[in-house]
Every structure is written in structure tokens, then in C-alpha cells.
Write a protein that binds this ligand. Structure first.
Ligand code: WT7
Length: 650
């Protein structure tokens, strides 16, 4: 935990007083009205067993649960004794309910190619893939790493794993060779599913080449299943590599979904924490299924006829919960788009909305801010009248961007839901419900069912209205992470020890008198760059791995578009010159382009206490070009600060 000044960021938000009422037609036909929300929320806290039994009972179980919750802090077991299958609930159940011919996935590639899979077709594909994985030797409980572009096969592969009880671990296609190798090794995956290449801004991203290189330092890997996406002639290693289409063609298209224990792990998803090593957040079958099912339906007010588009890549938790599992569990039609938002131009998203008649759009503030910069005329060229609901996720949305989204994209008709949650929470935790609650731009809003948030001091004292403090959750919820894969001690330490007996989210927040929670940002050494979570320590270890660097300290700096950007203070190895361009390329290679420092400051010393601790608070101030504030007397050499402030940035 670092000494992050929660109150620094609050200022501009404190002055935000606008309240936007939900549109009348939305209120009139809301899935959940204000009164229903109050009543359901109350019940979810007072009678959690009854509440969650009803929700879980809407889904199919092969064996009913005996108890709703076993809670032995910090370990929760939900729907204990129950057996189910998430893929069965997303596919077979919907086909049986008459949605066989309904479009499940509508995919568009960057070049405009469109592919559609109905629920019946998706079920067949997933069944084939499940049979193919089984034929490759994948068994229940085995980990399978996915390193794929945003193509339908990504969803098919996830669901196929879920169908047989294999635990998927999706690694975002933008991560580097070594990031991929580390994640395969940590999970001890035997199988990697990748593609020859992905497409981004008109060029190919050579995933297979990265996978081949990663495989050299990932000894657990036995097989590679390769989707032919770009047909770009990649080499295949005999005995190890298998083409996806060949394996699926050889497999039968019927498969009986495995009956899995409710607590059987569904997936791992690696995310950054306060230390250098990413953590494998582990989610389970029953609770995650119930949580994503309920939140998708209520937060997005989902209807049979909706075309729902969450722009997140499946490499992130948003892509798991709200591009794949949540919407498919609800039988929705999901749009998937592989390319960049600005290729060939900044109208691309709006053209997709117009063409596919998207009615629900869920995207990130960083995207909204970059669209906003291009001006109103760009979206103005498209027919956005199909939209009826907008969502935001991933980082705090500044009120100006919120208003722009609401006014220009939503035409003042569409409620905007600002949803706060995390990789660890599995599903949306704080939001307004679109037909129930007024919005306060910049504030996520109220707790979802079963979620009991509080704002606390470090000492665990609960704070009152408008006081800035630490966001915690006071009781377990179904879609919460169960552990950090292979490191339960880290699970305890990161989430359940910072403040006793509550889940520590790592965010600073405040709550107003109406109960609306405004999340201000991370209070640990985690950055949020364009909605992507990065650990400062990870970037620091990448930097010091470069021969020209002896020491490094990384901090975030507020950025108009990215929300936060990466600033690196580096000390050169004696007798060495630091070449900023080479250092940036090095970080891209080590982690991925998303971690590349925006600014590098070559320093002769870092501000350290006498015990050697780097005072990042001062570095954050210097990085932001602000005057240094606070007690500098604990520093070994306070003059370092002046020298740093006078050092040019490259
Ligand atoms: C962190 C979690 C949630 C899925 C995508 C990110 C920040 C997320 C909001 C929001 C303010 C937000 C928090 C959180 N965050 N949503 N609506 N308002 N901050 O998942 O990579 O696990 O990051 O993103 O700081 O802790 P993640």
C-alpha cells in the first residue's frame, strides 16, 4: 500500500452537481423499477438465501444446491453441492427455449467481413470444440491458455472449455511473448489456443510467432491449437501444432455438457497487483454464472430484440462477463468487432452501430474521450437511433465525457450506466439501474443486489457522506474471486487483510447522502491506462531488466484521453547512456505496447526515505508538473526533488 492521496482527485468531482433523470419511456417499461430495486436490494441483504435461490433457480442445474452459501472468511462457497454447466446454460438452455435460430454472435472484422452464428450453430461449434479438446487430451480441471484475436472462435473456445470443465486462461493478444510465457507457466497449461494472426489497423498481428517463442520458455505446454484467421502461412510444428478447423472437422457436433460442481473453477484471468508478478484471479462456475446472468439482464435492461455490443476484448474481464457469458446466458444477440475504433477512421464504431442496429452499447471512458476529441460531426454522420442504453466501464468517467456520451451518442434519450467492478468481482458491483435511478455524471451509483459497500479509513472506521476513503465490500457475493491461483496467501493478503473482515477493493471513493458511490481511482501501485490495468512494479522490473538502467520508479500521471499515463523515472547504470526510444521498445517487448512509458525522466537519484523507501507521492506530483507538497523531512536528501523537477522529460 502506498500513500496515495485520495483527496487529490476529488476536487473536480466535488463540484459536479448535475442530476439526469431517467427518460420517461424507460421508467415506464423498466425491467426493474425504483421501488422494485429498493425491495429487491433489501431482500438481497436481509434474505440472501431466498434472493439468490430465486435467481439461480432461473438457470438449469444438474444437481440442486444444498446450501446457498458457506462462508469461512475469506473463502466463500456458493450454491454448495449444486452441479451445473455455464456453457449448457448459455447454449443448450437457450436452444431449448426456442432461440435456436436467433443470432447469438454477429461478428465483424476490421475489413468489413461479417460472420453470424445462431444459438444452434454456436452450440454445434462449441460441441465440436469440446470434443476436439477432449481428443487432444484435455480433461476436467486442466488449464487451457487462449491467445486469440477478437473472433468468434475466442468465445467458442471459452465455452468449449467451460463445457468440459477445463479452466480457461485468456491472455490479451496485445501482451508480449514473455507475458504470455509467464501466464502459461503459472497456470501450468498443457494446451494453448491461438491464431495465425489477428488484424489491427490494416496490418497483421503475428500471434502464432509470439506463441512459438513463448512455448520455448513454457515447458508445461504440449499442444497448440491454431485458428486460421489470416491464412498467412505460419509454420506448424509436427506433433505439437494442430489446426483448429481440422480438429473441429474431425470432431462430432454433439457433446453432453459435464455436470460440474458449483465451485469448480471456470477460469483464471491474470491481472496486475501491487507486486511485480501478475495474479491469476480464479472464478468459479455457479456463482460467476448467477452474478453475470443477473447483472447483464438488470443493468442493461436486456430485451429479446436487443442487439448488444460490449466493445471490450475477451482478454479482459469485461469481455468475459459482458461480451460472452452474461449476454449469452441471457439469450442475447451479441455484436463482436475485431478492429480498432479509429480504423479506417473515427466513424468506425458509429458505422457499426448504424449497420447492425445496435441498441445497447457498453464501452470505456478512454474511448469516449478520444471520440469526443474528434468532435460531434463524426458520430453526427451516422444514424444512431437504434441505441437505447449506454454503458461505461473500466475507469472513472469524467462528467464532461459522460455528458458528451449522453448528449451526442445517446441523443439525450439513452440512460448511461457507469458500472464499477473489477476482474476480482466478476460482475458489476456499483451502478445505477437505467429505468430506476437518476444519474449523477461521474458517480457510478448504487450497489447491485447482494453488494454491501462501505467507505472506510485504513483503521476500518466507516466514514459518513462525502468523506473520501477506501472502498470496501462488507460481505461475500456470488461472482467474487475465490483465490489467486496457486497463491491463497496472496489472496488473503491482497483483499482480506488490509482492513479486517471486509473485501478491500484497492480503490479510493466517497459516498453521498443518497448512497451514490463515486470511485476516484486506485490507492495502490496499480495504474489504469486507457482502462487497462498495469502494475507499476511490473513496469519497473521490465525497466531494470534493461542493461542501461540501474533503478526505476514508475508512477501514473493524469491524462486527458488515457485517464492515466505511464511516467518512468530511471537511474542510468554507471557509465551508461539511457536511450528512451530503446527503453520504450524494451518495455513493449517485455510486457506489451500498453505498458510503454509515455514519459521517461532520466534522474541521478530518487526521493527515498532514510530506510530506502521511494516516496512515490512526490514523484506523482513531479510527473504531473505540480509543485511538491507534503512533508519532505523524512527524505534522506530532499534536494533530489528540485533536481528532478528541473529535469527534462523525454
Ligand atoms: C479497476 C478494475 C471492471 C472491468 C474493467 C476493469 C477501475 C473500473 C470503474 C468505474 C471508476 C472504475 C477501478 C477498479 N474501474 N470501473 N466505473 N468507475 N473506476 O477491470 O482491470 O480489474 O480494473 O478499474 O479502479 O479497481 P480491472
Amino acid at each position: 500500500m502506498s500513500e496515495h492521496p485520495v483527496n487529490d482527485h476529488i476536487d473536480n468531482l466535488l463540484h459536479e452537481r448535475r442530476v439526469i433523470a431517467p427518460p420517461g419511456d424507460f421508467v415506464a417499461r423498466a425491467r426493474v423499477s425504483r421501488g422494485e430495486y429498493d425491495q429487491m436490494y433489501r431482500r438481497s441483504l436481509d434474505d440472501p438465501d431466498g434472493f439468490w435461490s430465486e435467481v439461480a433457480g432461473e438457470l438449469a442445474w444438474m444437481t440442486p444446491w444444498e446450501r446457498v452459501l458457506d462462508w469461512e472468511e475469506p473463502h466463500a462457497r456458493w450454491f454448495v453441492g449444486g452441479q451445473t454447466n455455464v456453457a449448457y446454460n448459455a447454449l443448450d438452455r437457450n436452444v431449448q427455449a426456442g432461440r435456436g435460430d436467433k443470432r447469438a454472435i454477429v461478428w465483424e472484422g476490421e475489413d468489413g467481413e461479417v460472420r453470424t452464428l445462431t444459438y444452434a450453430e454456436l452450440l454445434r461449434e462449441v460441441s465440436r470444440a469440446a470434443n476436439a479438446l477432449t481428443a487432444l487430451g484435455v480433461q476436467k480441471g486442466d488449464r487451457v491458455t487462449l491467445y486469440l484475436p477478437l473472433i468468434p472462435e475466442a468465445a467458442v473456445a471459452m465455452l468449449a472449455c467451460a463445457r468440459i470443465g477445463a479452466v480457461h486462461s485468456v491472455v490479451f493478444g496485445g501482451f508480449s511473448v514473455s507475458a504470455l510465457a509467464d501466464r502459461i507457466t503459472n497456470a501450468q497449461s498443457k494446451v494453448l489456443i491461438t491464431a495465425d494472426a489477428g488484424q489491427r489497423r490494416g496490418s497483421l498481428v503475428n500471434l502464432k510467432a509470439n506463441a512459438d517463442e513463448a512455448a520455448r520458455s513454457a515447458p508445461s505446454l504440449e499442444k497448440m491449437l491454431v485458428v486460421c484467421r489470416a491464412d498467412c502461412g505460419v509454420p506448424m510444428q509436427p506433433g505439437r501444432d494442430v489446426w483448429w478447423h481440422e480438429a473441429l472437422a474431425a470432431a462430432g457436433d454433439e457433446h453432453e455438457a459435464a455436470a460440474l460442481d458449483s465451485e469448480h473453477p471456470l477460469f483464471l484471468l491474470y491481472t496486475s497487483g501491487s507486486t511485480g508478478q501478475p495474479k491469476g484471479v480464479q472464478h468459479t462456475t455457479g456463482g460467476y454464472m448467477v452474478g453475470t446472468y443477473l447483472t447483464t439482464r438488470t443493468v442493461f435492461d436486456l430485451r429479446e430484440e436487443d442487439v448488444y455490443w460490449c466493445t471490450a476484448d475477451v482478454g479482459w474481464v469485461t469481455g468475459h462477463s459482458y461480451s460472452v457469458y452474461g449476454p449469452l446466458l441471457n439469450g442475447a444477440t451479441v455484436l463482436m468487432y475485431e478492429g480498432a475504433p479509429n480504423h479506417p477512421d473515427w466513424g468506425r464504431f458509429w458505422q457499426l452501430v448504424e449497420k447492425h442496429r445496435v441498441s445497447i452499447l457498453y464501452t470505456a471512458p478512454t474511448a469516449i474521450r478520444s471520440f469526443m476529441r474528434q468532435g460531434d460531426a463524426v458520430p453526427g454522420r451516422y444514424d444512431l437511433s437504434s441505441l437505447r442504453l449506454l454503458g461505461s466501464v473500466g475507469e472513472p468517467i469524467n462528467p464532461e465525457a459522460w455528458m458528451w456520451y449522453w448528449r451526442v451518442i445517446g441523443g439525450g434519450r439513452c440512460p448511461v450506466v457507469d458500472t464499477w467492478w473489477q476482474t476480482e468481482t466478476g460482475a458489476i458491483m456499483l451502478t445505477t439501474l437505467p429505468g430506476a435511478h437518476p444519474s449523477k455524471p461521474g458517480s457510478a451509483g448504487l450497489p447491485m443486489f447482494g453488494v454491501e459497500p462501505a467507505i472506510m479509513t485504513h483503521a476500518g472506521e466507516e466514514l459518513g457522506p462525502d468523506d473520501g476513503g477506501l472502498l470496501v465490500i462488507k460481505r461475500p457475493w456470488p461472482s467474487m474471486l475465490r483465490t489467486i491461483y496457486g497463491d491463497d496467501e496472496r489472496y488473503r493478503k491482497s483483499y482480506w487483510s488490509e482492513i479486517p473482515h471486509v473485501y478491500f477493493a484497492g480503490d479510493g471513493a466517497r459516498r453521498d447522502a443518497d448512497g451514490y458511490v463515486t470511485v476516484i481511482g486506485r490507492v495502490d501501485d496499480v495504474l489504469n491506462v486507457s482502462g487497462h490495468r498495469l502494475g507499476t512494479m511490473e513496469i519497473e522490473s521490465a525497466l531494470v531488466a534493461h542493461p542501461s538502467v540501474s533503478e526505476a520508479a514508475v508512477v501514473g500521471r493524469p491524462d486527458e484521453v488515457k485517464g492515466e499515463c505511464v511516467v518512468a523515472f530511471v537511474l542510468p547504470q554507471s557509465g551508461q547512456q539511457v536511450d528512451p526510444a530503446a527503453l520504450r521498445a524494451h518495455v513493449s517487448r517485455e510486457i506489451g505496447a500498453l505498458a510503454r512509458p509515455d514519459a521517461i525522466i532520466v534522474a541521478d537519484a530518487l526521493p527515498k526515505t532514510r530506510s530506502g523507501k521511494i516516496m512515490r507521492r512526490f514523484l506523482r506530483q513531479i510527473a504531473a508538473g505540480q509543485p511538491v507538497q507534503g512533508d519532505t523531512s523524512t527524505l534522506e536528501d530532499p534536494s533530489v526533488l528540485d533536481r528532478l523537477a528541473a529535469t527534462p522529460t523525454t
